[in-house]
Ligand binder design. Structure first.
Ligand SMILES: [Zn+2]
Length: 322
């Protein structure tokens, strides 16, 4: 069941199987569909696996239990799907949902509600959802599904674990890209030198490199420790912008090392550079730099700063798996 998404949606597959295997559930998930055609099927599979009592340690779900059958027949009482009523998802729909969910579960100990097309929440209904998310109830899991993350309130987004689906894979790795990246980076040259040479920034740089190391060793798991490794140090726009730039330059140096060019900036961190060079192919370093660069540009628009870093990690991982 979940297996059928393994190839097309490696990241979602990994996040969902980790969630199920560790039984470490978020109160709310936000699935960003990116026009993936089977997105809703994936969402339903996820919901079903959360509710099926026969899911144990990576074993696929049973299909035969009462829960699974009732879900397939669309009459499982503890799973509710909210679709827009006309143009909007209305507050009344959510109030009704709440009333139902206030009752004790008839079957099992979990209740799930799926909000499909969550970008259709209007001001009233968005605030109602926000209230649910702010005061999560034991055993109730929300799954919001949207094709347009940025139409949702940031306050909603920040309370959900995001699972971003692959739309179309976008990869480029060739000489031209490398040259382009080289140019992009040189454009910022003056900025970075001041920053890197400043005595006061040495601790920050150390922290950033520690973060990169941790990420390179643990991949997606780093998302669980973002507070310790990242948000405690980098929370405002200016700092994050610098931090991302430092990461870019660091990977650039790893790339330099990998292609036998001199390390330009981080000579003090040569051991780390060697380690990370071993863990990465050239193409994957190029891809990481590209992703970091692109996302750094979002900073000036609308991005929720906490999500931005999660997003970067997930995008970098997507590059790894393909
Ligand atoms: Zn089952």
């Amino acid at each position: 069941m979940l297996e059928e998404f393994k190839l097309n949606q490696p990241i979602a597959y990994k996040i969902i199987s980790n969630t199920l295997n560790n039984k470490h559930y978020a109160h709310a998930y936000l699935i960003e569909t990116n026009n993936y055609v089977d997105a809703f099927k994936l969402v339903m599979t996820f919901a079903k696996l959360l509710l099926c009592p026969n899911y144990h340690d990576g074993q696929p779900n049973c299909q035969n239990c009462m829960q699974c059958q009732m879900i397939d027949d669309h009459n499982f009482p503890e799973l509710k799907i909210i679709n827009p009523d006309g143009n909007w998802i209305k507050k009344e729909q959510l109030m009704e949902l709440q009333e139902e969910f206030n009752k004790k579960s008839i079957i099992g100990n979990k209740k799930i509600y799926i909000i499909n097309k969550a970008e259709k929440l209007n001001v009233n209904s968005a605030n109602t959802i926000l209230k649910f998310l702010e005061e999560p109830q034991e055993g109730i899991i929300a799954i919001l599904v949207t094709n347009n993350l940025y139409q949702l309130l940031e306050t909603i987004i920040s309370r959900c674990q995001i699972i971003s689906l692959n739309g179309q894979a976008q990869f480029l790795e060739n000489k031209t890209t490398y040259q382009k990246i080289g140019r992009l980076i040189t454009d910022n040259e003056d900025d970075y030198q001041n920053f890197i040479n400043d005595e006061n920034n040495q601790e920050k740089i150390k922290t950033i490199i520690k973060f990169i190391n941790y990420y390179e060793k643990n991949h997606l798991k780093v998302l669980l420790y973002m507070n310790d490794y990242w948000f405690n140090y980098f929370s405002d726009k200016e700092n994050i912008s610098w931090a991302i730039l430092i990461i870019i330059y660091f990977y650039k140096d790893v790339l330099n090392y990998k292609i036998n060019c001199p390390v330009e900036i981080f000579n003090d961190y040569l051991e780390e550079i060697k380690k990370i060079a071993k863990l990465n192919e050239i193409a994957s370093l190029v891809n990481k730099i590209k992703i970091l660069n692109e996302n750094r540009q979002y900073l000036d628009n609308n991005a929720n700063l906490n999500l931005l870093m999660d997003r970067i990690i997930i995008q970098m991982e997507e590059g790894e798996l393909c």
